[in-house]
Each structure stands twice: as structure tokens, then as C-alpha cells.
Design a protein around this ligand. Sequence first.
Ligand code: SAM
Ligand code: GLN
Length: 277
Amino acid sequence: MTNLRSLLEQTATRFKAAGIESFQADAEQLIAFSLGISRGELVAKAFLNSEFTAEPSLLALIDRRANREPLQHLTGVAFFRQLTLSVGEGVFVPRPETEAVVSVALEFLRSKPNAKVLDIGTGSGAIAISIATEAGVEVDAIELSDTAAKFARANIASNKARVNLMVGDFRDLELGFGEYDLVISNPPYIPISAVPIDPEVRDYDPDLALYGGEDGLDLIRDIEELSQLLVRSGGMLVLEHADGQSDSVCELLLANWQNVKAHPDPTGRLRFVSAIR
Ligand code: SAM
Ligand code: GLN
């Protein structure tokens, strides 16, 4: 027998010791998820300090998170902009910096109600579904991994989004040349030798979602080349990239694109580029 307040404190302390940066938020989210209540309700209940016995299933979840399984795999959901997306083993967990990448696309699409958009490497569908639902436009989305595509399909259906999912390598699919007002991608871009430190990324995000060859830019180069054909004149290309790749990606675009712009993420790091065809 314990009480919620001390369970919450002990869990947060354990997560902190395990090296989890967002230890407090994760402790709250995981316990709230297990009790089937909101985070706000949990904090209110913990304040009352009533007796509480944790179920073995909750203790098991806490163990798994302390062993650095991603929170989103344990709860089965990831929050992205206005969406609650189903995620799990075999699909990339969408990141907050990608929310800002979507903002640039939405700004561009504001004056284009009938725009056609392509999201390359859609994963859970985060970018494609956000654009389809927030801009009210039609989005084509490509994903190579069958497992990721299953999550994308479920998320497209549950959000009733106008997204056409295509499964395959973007380099092999037949796509309409000059058809797109916007091509957007958060492709794999980590150099093969720069294995991430965080176990949640290294051990749980699929390798196919992370690594982009020797300098990380293999897919970015291929997407840029293909997009020269796919994007109509005056249309936009938006590419997320790693911290430190901005100059290389801008240079890559300067030959065939106009208005090449480097954009910072909310923490001020240059993490994506937009350009006009
Ligand atoms: N767009 C999602 C997001 O932002 O959360 C997922 C991004 S994840 C970093 C990159 C995605 O590209 C992965 O789902 C991966 O499976 C997919 N991918 C990798 N190579 C691909 C290829 N050649 N063709 C299509 N998709 C590919
Ligand atoms: N942003 C991811 C990370 O946290 C990398 C994803 C990618 O390669 N697109 O490492």
C-alpha cells in the first residue's frame, strides 16, 4: 500500500536516474494512462494523497519505461499538432520539431485551397494527416515499410483524412510529374556512423527511418532530384534535416530552386529548408 503522490515521486525519481530528460511528464503520463484518467486528474488525485495500490501491470510499465522503452510505445499513442496518432513497434515516433516543418507548409498552402501535396516517408502519417486535415487539401503519402504503412492506414482512417497512401520506395513508384504544389518530407537523414545516444531512438525507431547513408543526405539528394520533376512551377519543396546539415541542403537546392530558405525549429536550431520551383 502506498499513495499516488509517493508513487508519482518515486517513479519520476527513477526515470530521472535512468537518464530520461522528461522524467516528471513521463511519470505523470504513464501513470495517468494506466489508470485511464487524464494527466490533470492524476495530479489532482495525487494532491489528495489517498491510499493507493499500484496494479502489477502499472509497475511493469514503469519498469519498461525505466529501461528506456519509448513512452509512446507503452501508451500506444503520440501527440502531433492536433492529432493523437497510433504508434508502436516498427514505426517512427513523430517529433515536435516536425510540427514546425508542417507550419511552413500550411503557411504556403493558405492561398491554395485545391493544392495537391506529396509526403515522402510518411511513417505514422503525421505530416500527411496534419496537412490534409488542417489545410483541407488532398495529400498523397508514400511509405516503404509495410509495418509503418499499417499504422499510417489506421491513422488516416481514424482521422477521416483525405490521404492516399502508397506503399513502396518513392524512387520506384509512378508519380504525376508537375502535379504537386508541395512536396514535403522528414526523410531518414542521420549519417550511418552517428548512431543516436538515446535508447528510445537507437533501439526502437526503425533503422529505415533514421539512417541516410554516409553523410546522411542520400535520401535528401534523391528527393530533391525527383522533386524537380514532381513539383509544378511556383510549387514548394520542404525538407527536414539534422542539426548541422542546413548549409549542405541549401547548397544542394540552390542550382534548381528559388527562394531557398533555412528555417529554425522552436529551439533555434536550423532544422529544415524550403524552396520554390
Ligand atoms: N513523416 C514521419 C514523421 O515525420 O513522423 C516519419 C518520418 S521517418 C524519419 C522517415 C520515414 O521514411 C520512415 O517511416 C521510413 O520507413 C520511410 N522511408 C525510408 N526510406 C524510404 C523510401 N525509400 N521510400 C519511402 N519511404 C521511406
Ligand atoms: N529527428 C530524429 C532523431 O531524433 C531523426 C529522424 C530522421 O532521420 N528523420 O534522431
